[in-house]
Design a protein around this ligand. Sequence first.
Ligand code: NAD
Length: 457
Amino acid sequence: MQTNAIETFSPSQTLKQAAIAKLRSRQANIGVIGLGYVGLPLALLFSEERFRVMGFDVDGGKVEALASGESYICRLPSTEIALARSRGFAPTSDFAHISNMDAVVICVPTPLNEHREPDLTYITTTVQSISPYLRAGQLLVLESTTYPGTTKELVLPLIENNCCGLRVSRDDCSDSRDVVFLAFSPEREDPSNNTIARRDIPKVVGGIDQHARDIAVELYSSIFRHTVPVSSTDVAEMTKLLENIYRCVNIALVNELKLLCLRMGIDIWEVIAAASSKPFGFQPFYPGPGLGGHCIPIDPFYLSWKARECDFSTRFIELAGEINTAMPYHIVDFISQALNRSQKPMKGAKVLVLGISYKKDIDDLRESPALTIIESLQTSGVQVSYNDPYFPSIGRGRKYNLNLRSVPLDHLEQYDCVAIITDHSDYDYRRIVEQAQLVIDTRNATAGICSPNIVRC
Ligand SMILES: NC(=O)c1ccc[n+]([C@@H]2O[C@H](COP(=O)([O-])OP(=O)(O)OC[C@H]3O[C@@H](n4cnc5c(N)ncnc54)[C@H](O)[C@@H]3O)[C@@H](O)[C@H]2O)c1
């Protein structure tokens, strides 16, 4: 027997289908809030895929630069900004335009405050600023790294308390027409890694409900080859933290083993290379002068803070933090000991720090161990100079006021010590070793060079 069943959709299903259709046909307007290292490349990816993209930022200088087709991030050439501008990419500080967006992605900072606790003010300020302009049917995605529960416990009530009559779509409110869809999708950035195209990095997506997840999956499928849908925003948030904690703990492990190997006269780099020949069960991590960047030194502590709510102590995270935080001070000790062996006191010694960004070949100084090392050397009376092609000068930061200018890389013999802190690819290490009196190498940048003036640590 044949039945002529008429399919009926709930109001939120109808809104979802409309949202998906708009995304598929590239008719959707995409808004990206926070045009920094994460938000700007994301906006450009959407623009490449022929979406009309608006970028929102409270920093008028950034909006102005982008409006004139200029980039402020080294690895994004201005030509890319100009091209996106010609395709309609519009930067603005005016949140009233949010009402014209179909999908809004939030990429604002999530730092720690002075007590090393999560500082979510950027997220709350953003949600409060956009709330008056939200309308039914829009998708909102949080990309800022944060502890599990943020989207559900913080963003969701903020939206509902600030938007008159608007609700966030949940599995139990399918009959409402006045809903926005809310999701979380963590960013996976590896600055300076040119081995994988951004669109080949799988994108994890979790929604407050299944509708939100489906729309968010559609959104990201337009710019990423693979999406990984997960069952909730909590799972998506925790996934990002697991990834970063995994790195943080393993880097701490190898940093600690490096200190032991130095004492035992074993070359940790040779050990790691040999262990890496194992075809299963081992992934190499490398020691260095300490952790840097916006993610690895910070994100794990978002989880530690949240864990305290559950009477739970995240001991691996605390221990890894302790070891990694101590690394820059170990490097200062190694410099002091090496100078001492040359009968030179720290006070008055001339030290050139090579590379100050937190990672090689990038223009990002956030949480860089080089800053701690420079400050600590200065405190000991060392005359510190630095060279970094990515930073002509360093002034006042959140924690430091160093007020230095990058010096040219010549007459290296004038320094008592040259300390390689960040191993930028452009440096000619052979020449540096030939010219310098003493080289402290914290990155194995001088591998293969044999000279008595190198101290690897
Ligand atoms: N940089 C990375 O490699 C990376 C990788 C993965 C995840 N993340 C996460 O992504 C988020 C953003 O990081 P980022 O590196 O892009 O930060 P960023 O500091 O480079 O950029 C953030 C931007 O947000 C803007 N902003 C601040 N408050 C705002 C507001 N209320 N409204 C609009 N714009 C505002 C700032 O002016 C800035 O341009 C953080 O949560 C970070 O942990 C970063």
